[in-house]
Write a protein that binds this ligand. Structure first.
Ligand SMILES: Cc1cc2nc3c(=O)[nH]c(=O)nc-3n(C[C@H](O)[C@H](O)[C@H](O)COP(=O)(O)OP(=O)(O)OC[C@H]3O[C@@H](n4cnc5c(N)ncnc54)[C@H](O)[C@@H]3O)c2cc1C
Length: 480
């Protein structure tokens, strides 16, 4: 059969969104021969190739160049016969005609469609967001894209006082990054505890202390009602009547899934675009959604691990490799990475009546550890200042294994550490972002991988948030 005939038989597959889910889906699909089945086109509103959004804070704090976080270059797409329309936003989906219209006026036909539009930063309603021309006031920023990162860094160089609204993970990372640019930095948070979703009051207080020791002013119990200044941001006003002066404001108040395109096309949307276990958008045989824009069983995830798992399942299905593969949901955990602070939060850090709570605190060293145990199983854990046991606790949580009687061994290596990473069973997950097990890593080491970099390249472990790299090192050392 001639190649022209083969081309005619190919289906047209369009992907909207060249973010962490869309690009990973492309990679998973072509790795399974998907380019022989489909003519693949991916549209990305952002210019350039795909990058690891998680590492944006490293770009902001100057520890990495923008190019160093690229995951799939323009050349990678070309080499894999994928048409990347970078810097082109899809503005309309015509379901009847099966066409996409872009902001460049281009109309493209598709047979199958994958929505991977992700989220944007939430800009909460408050007074003073806009200047007299209706545009967002100068000096107000969010941090979601490389372009945001550039804008924030450029403005910060000229600012004397910067304030971040939101004391969650992203807010603290942004504050830490801003410090590198010379401004005096503050964080305002509406509750009385930093990272209140992941920490309890004691660890939140300790984290606050650590932030302040780094030179970041922390303002708790401050509900922001307005941004001050006429044309440029000049500070914040709070519900309690107080004000804070600042010449730049970074809003880190959460995310909103990009669902408008799907909703306008008539797809079922709720918080996200509703999908079934096949990741199929309800009522449309050939349209799928993955990543932060997708809602599965009422759950919209704001982490990369579920997005990558969904990308893999959809690639298995569409490549024909495993057409019945299903996505059944993800068990998430939060490994947190604020430069200079070691922090891990597993499961739910809130105890219920009757739970056994084990804590260890060493405030002078900024160390705090807490386990919440129910029926001898780990329900939640907080590790601040020393996260060496994070992988062990994560695996006890994931697998719901009975805990050792000597609870202290879950905090410290006492005698021979029997719950060391080297003792992990083969099916225990080591890299949560990519779902890579200890067994896969051991097998790769057996086959000759001798460095963390090789393990990362061959298994993808460590290529997400990167917090498991110490476990990869430990597995390599255990082999030696
Ligand atoms: C600073 C920061 C730190 C983070 N840290 C962590 C962490 O430690 N751990 C973790 O698990 N997660 C973290 N995350 C979240 C993680 O980045 C997301 O979960 C992940 O990026 C989701 O992938 P996605 O593809 O669904 O969305 P995105 O990566 O946002 O990609 C969506 C893409 O679609 C494009 N798009 C949208 N609409 C259109 C359209 N109409 N036409 C064309 N293109 C369109 C967007 O421009 C974007 O490029 C962090 C995020 C940020 C911003």
């Amino acid at each position: 059969m001639g190649s022209a005939t083969t081309v005619e038989m190919k289906q047209r597959l369009a992907i909207i969104g060249n973010g962490m889910a869309g690009a990973r889906f492309c990679a998973e699909l072509v790795a399974r021969g998907g380019a022989d089945r489909f003519d693949i086109t991916i549209f990305g509103e952002e210019p350039g190739g795909a990058y690891n959004r998680i590492l944006l804070s490293d770009v902001l704090n100057g520890s990495r160049e923008a190019g160093a976080i690229e995951t799939h270059s323009l050349d990678w797409f070309a080499r894999n016969n994928i048409t990347l329309r970078a810097g082109e936003k899809i503005t309309f989906i015509d379901r009847d005609e099966k066409t996409l219209t872009s902001d460049r006026g281009r109309i493209s036909h598709y047979d199958s469609l994958v929505l991977a539009t992700g989220s944007r930063a939430l800009v909460p309603p408050m007074d003073g967001l806009h200047s007299s021309d209706g545009e967002r006031k100068k000096g107000i920023f969010v941090l979601r894209t490389l372009a945001d990162c550039d804008r924030v860094a450029n403005y910060a160089r000229k600012a004397t006082r910067a304030v971040v609204v939101g004391g969650g993970l992203l807010g603290l990372e942004a504050a830490r990054g801003l410090m590198q640019h010379g401004a005096q930095v503050g964080v305002v948070h509406r509750s009385g505890c930093l990272m209140s979703a992941q920490l309890d009051q004691s660890s939140g207080d300790m984290l606050r202390h650590q932030m302040e020791m780094m030179g970041i002013n922390v303002h708790l119990n401050k509900a922001t009602t307005a941004i001050l200044g006429d044309e440029c941001a000049q500070g914040l006003a709070f519900r309690d009547g107080t004000e804070l002066r600042a010449d730049m404001v970074v809003l880190a108040c959460g995310i909103v899934p990009n669902i408008e395109l799907a909703r306008d096309a008539g797809f079922e949307v709720n918080k996200g675009i509703e999908v079934d276990d096949a990741l199929r958008v309800q009522g449309d045989e050939n349209t799928f959604a993955i990543g932060e824009c997708a809602e599965h069983q009422g759950q919209v995830y704001g982490l990369v691990a579920p997005a990558w798992e969904q990308a893999r399942v959809l690639a298995l299905r569409l490549s024909g490799h495993s057409p019945d593969a299903l996505y059944t949901g993800s068990k998430t955990s939060t490994k947190l990475k604020v430069m200079g602070v070691e922090l891990a939060s597993i499961g739910t850090p809130r105890e219920a009546e009757g739970d056994e709570v084990v804590t260890y605190a060493e405030p002078s060293k900024g160390r705090y550890k807490k386990l919440i145990i129910r029926d001898n199983r780990l329900k939640g854990a907080i590790l601040l200042g020393d996260v060496r046991k994070a992988a062990v606790l994560q695996q006890a949580f994931d697998r719901s294994t009975p805990l050792p009687d000597e609870r202290a061994t879950l905090f410290f290596d006492i005698g021979r550490a029997t719950n060391d990473i080297a003792d992990f069973p083969d099916d225990a997950t080591v890299c949560n972002c990519n779902g890579v097990s200890a067994g896969t890593l051991r097998a790769t080491i057996q086959e000759g991988a001798a460095s963390v970099e090789t393990l990362m390249a061959q298994t993808k472990a460590g290529t997400g948030c990167g917090t498991c790299k110490s476990s990869l090192k430990a597995l390599l050392a255990a082999k030696g």
